[in-house]
Design a protein around this ligand. Sequence first.
Ligand SMILES: [Mn+2]
Length: 255
Amino acid sequence: MDYLLSQLKKQTDELLAWVRGKGKILIIVHDNPDPDCLASAMALHHLFVMKLNKDSIITFSGMIGRSENIAMAKELQIPLTPLEIVNLKEYQVICMLDTQPDTGNNSLPPGTRVDIVIDHHPLRQQTRECRWCDVREDYGTTATIIYEYLLSQDVSIGTKLATALFYAIKSETQDLGREASLPDKEAYLRLFAGEIIKRIVAGLGKAGGHGMMAGGKIDDIGPSRKALNKVETLLKSRFLSELGIKKTRPRKLIR
Ligand SMILES: [Mn+2]
């Protein structure tokens, strides 16, 4: 594990230790949620489930406006609860993602205690007073920050979550074109590699991981050379089609 990741491991250990002894968890995203805050909420929810065996409620106000975002919430089965029906007093841990207290783009009543803030927008004075404040203005997305939490805690990322995180970074940075930092680029490529391998071996075997650690496995091909060649050819053509490469004649790099 590299230095930054081990630093982050220590920090997220502290976060988890604090949340562990507490009661119910609420995750609030900004009004009219976009892919970044939805993916971030999914990722934080996943972190609490995997490390603490604790459930949390994801909540928002307003509406999911764009049809792509509605499709995302539906396809990826992100459980969402309207903030208006939540009894805030029931929650001992209140997290706010991709927004900050009193910014006007979330509907948490002003003055309500917020414990955890994770965001990439300019830091507000009031946010500093929260128990846990991780605001990285140089990051293109909040999703990347929480993706790093999962990496540091060595939490596995399933297809739905990987897709959500990837889509969040893709749409918020406009394919890494706008305001993408180096960590956003790394997260994007790692998530992409994991997804590609999964699609390439779909129906044939298993795949997992991300980035340099991504890999796939196919069992029961049988001992014959012919069967092996067949699978090899299929994998190659799937790989090329995933990358959008059509009908090019291969050429030797080394003679
Ligand atoms: Mn964002």
